[in-house]
Design a protein around this ligand. Structure first.
Ligand SMILES: Cc1ncc(COP(=O)(O)O)c(C=O)c1O
Length: 424
């Protein structure tokens, strides 16, 4: 069974918008996805019916407290966490990560080593490098192969020493699209006694997450990348979340997640996360039939639905990747910066970045925007990646379809890119 794009797209009001008769073609999804109706309904309902602080005795506060609890449960199911106490909400991935540097930094001594990969978005790069500088730590960078756009795990082995204490790992690159072997990487780092912090921001919209199988210590994603609202969501091992020193108010609770969730949180954002999980669960129930049984053993029914959903979406997205990669490669001089081997599409998300000598990436993005086709150009905050490729100043054109995009939309993009290339 494959996705029914008509029914999928009907869930997203933004996909029906047109400007001067021209439909909007959203290929900017790695920067943020559109939201389905359940997200909007949940957020509106939160603001109408449960708009109060938590922990009181009247109806709105009781409902707000329950809503926040349900949001943590929903995220625990999405990540396949052991408990909702392992889920920490925050404004976005970057803020949560900076917060974690304050707490984790206290564990490290001068001369301790950390590994950061060359595939990081700056959000999982600069915060840790600042922490390292503050603590006198040594930073080692795990390079990727500029031909295969993948890591060689022997190089990771070579970087690990008895002083390795921490690693920041990218699960899927926001520029290259590569999906990295996080479980294998974490196993090696765990054996050395290192703490692992996984950036799943670009993986979460396209693949099922199972923090228990990954064997990491922390994992973070942003709901606005996986069809939800602007909201960061961190998972951490409960013993660490419960015992790490934390910068919190005296008045705030001492148990996780309260000790991490500073001030008053965005209840409407958390409500929207429930809506996004409900949408994904619907995808799993409607279209995930052939992927039943792929879920983690003993998981909840909701986690099983979510795993079916993500697998069904990924299977469809491979057809988008194939059309995009094949089409771009047929355009004179275009170079794709990422995996192009069609046998290895399951090792990438459908984010495809390209360059062409002599072509101004910003001009391409503008030309596409003139035709209501949305993409991003530049470094896309993937500073270690563009530095490794020697293209920090110019960057790439990044095309990021997701499961609600059609093959026709890819063809529209390809025709426009071909036009702009032909005009040069
Ligand atoms: C891989 C990756 N990590 C981190 C971030 C930062 O996320 P946020 O905007 O939630 O801070 C992004 C945003 O694009 C990203 O793509």
């Amino acid at each position: 069974m494959t996705l029914d794009l008509t029914r999928i797209r009907a869930q997203f009001p933004a996909l029906a918008l047109a400007d001067d008769g021209r439909p909007r073609v959203y290929l900017d999804n790695p920067a943020g996805t559109q939201v389905p109706q359940p997200v909007i309904d949940r957020m509106v309902d939160c603001l109408v019916r449960t708009n109060a602080n938590m922990g009181g005795h009247f109806r709105t506060t009781i409902d707000a407290t329950e809503l926040v609890h349900q949001a943590h449960l929903a995220m625990a199911d999405l990540y396949h966490a052991n408990s909702e106490r392992e889920i920490v909400f925050g404004p976005n991935m970057t803020s949560l990560t900076f917060q974690m540097t304050r707490s984790l930094g206290t564990r490290f001594q001068p001369g301790d080593e950390m590994i950061v990969t060359a595939m990081e978005h700056d959000g999982n790069n600069t915060p840790w490098r600042l922490m390292a500088a503050e603590r006198g730590m040594v930073v080692k960078t795990l390079p990727f192969d500029p031909h295969t756009y993948e890591f060689d795990l022997a190089q990771l082995d070579a970087l690990i020493t008895e002083r390795t204490r921490f690693a920041a790992l990218n699960m899927a690159s926001n520029l290259l699209g590569t999906i990295n072997p996080i479980a294998e990487m974490c196993a090696r780092l765990r054996a050395a006694g290192a703490i692992t912090y996984v950036d799943a921001v670009q993986y979460a919209p396209h693949g099922a997450i199972d923090v228990q199988a990954l064997g990491c210590d922390f994992l973070v994603s942003s709901a606005y990348k996986w069809y939800g609202p602007h909201q960061g969501v961190l998972w951490g091992r409960e013993d660490l979340l419960q015992t790490l020193p934390v910068w919190k108010l005296e008045a705030a609770g001492n148990d996780s997640p309260n000790r991490w969730e500073t001030g008053t949180q965005s209840h409407e954002g958390q409500a929207g996360c429930i809506g996004a999980v409900e949408y994904l669960q619907w995808v799993g129930q409607e279209f995930g039939g052939e992927f039943r049984g792929a879920a983690p053993a003993g998981c909840s029914a909701r986690t099983a639905d979510l795993h079916s959903a993500m697998r069904a979406m990924a299977a469809y997205e491979e057809s988008l990747s194939e059309r995009l990669i094949t089409g771009l490669r047929a355009i004179d001089g275009v170079e794709i910066r990422g995996i192009t081997n069609l046998e290895r599409l399951s090792h990438r998300v459908p984010t495809v970045s390209f360059t062409r000598p002599g072509l101004d990436n910003t001009a391409v993005a503008r030309h596409l925007a003139d035709h209501n086709v949305y993409v991003w150009s530049g470094h896309n905050y993937a500073l270690p990646v563009v530095d490794a490729l020697g293209i920090r100043d110019t960057g790439v054109v990044r095309v990021g379809p997701t499961h609600y995009n059609t093959l026709e939309e890819i063809d529209t993009l390809l025709a426009l890119v071909a036009d702009v290339v032909a005009a040069h």
